[in-house]
Design a protein around this ligand. Structure first.
Ligand code: FES
Ligand code: FES
Length: 159
């Protein structure tokens, strides 16, 4: 099948890759760009493990075609840390032990960042709602919610 040349910006860097028209953005990120932080938990839009930002919109990258990223800005979990400095959400996930196997964690971090970008002071209910599309089957959600609320407070300078 003829491949399509795609140019995009991923985590601030210009990238290009050849995509089969049927390939998902998730597969392109992982297989063509070596960004394996985003995970495939289900491949059907149900688990959120593949969450990325596409032009600032939270999407399941397993439901987006790679060719749809043409000209777009994509942000993945790999773009959250700046150099050697973790994003506050990443640090708070560690401090609150909000991850175990880590399969769901990249998608939850990306979804939490999307939430705090638009709502820096969420209630607990808003955090739970914002992460409702992200499933975790080993940690339970309380530590994750506490970590997000703590990160939000720190990012607001409330601590
Ligand atoms: S792998 Fe995309 S939602 Fe589960
Ligand atoms: S830590 Fe989320 S599925 Fe295991």
């Amino acid at each position: 099948m003829t491949k399509t040349h795609v140019t995009a910006t991923v985590n601030g860097d210009p990238v290009e890759f050849l995509a089969d028209p049927r390939e998902t953005l998730l597969d392109c990120l992982r297989d063509h760009l070596g960004l394996t932080g985003s995970k495939e938990g289900c491949g059907t839009g149900d688990c959120g493990a593949c969450s990325v930002l596409l032009d600032d919109v939270l999407v399941c990258s397993c439901l987006v075609l790679g060719v749809e990223a043409q000209g777009a800005r994509v942000e993945t979990v790999e773009g959250m840390a700046q150099g050697g400095t973790l994003h506050p959400l990443q640090r708070k996930f560690i401090e609150h032990a909000a991850l175990q196997c880590g399969f769901c964690t990249p998608g939850i971090l990306v979804a939490a960042k999307a939430l705090l970008d638009r709502n820096p002071d969420p209630t607990e209910s808003e955090v739970r709602f914002g992460l409702a599309g992200n499933l975790c089957r080993c940690t339970g959600y309380d530590k994750i919610v506490r970590a997000v609320l703590d990160a939000a407070a720190e990012m607001r300078g409330a601590q």
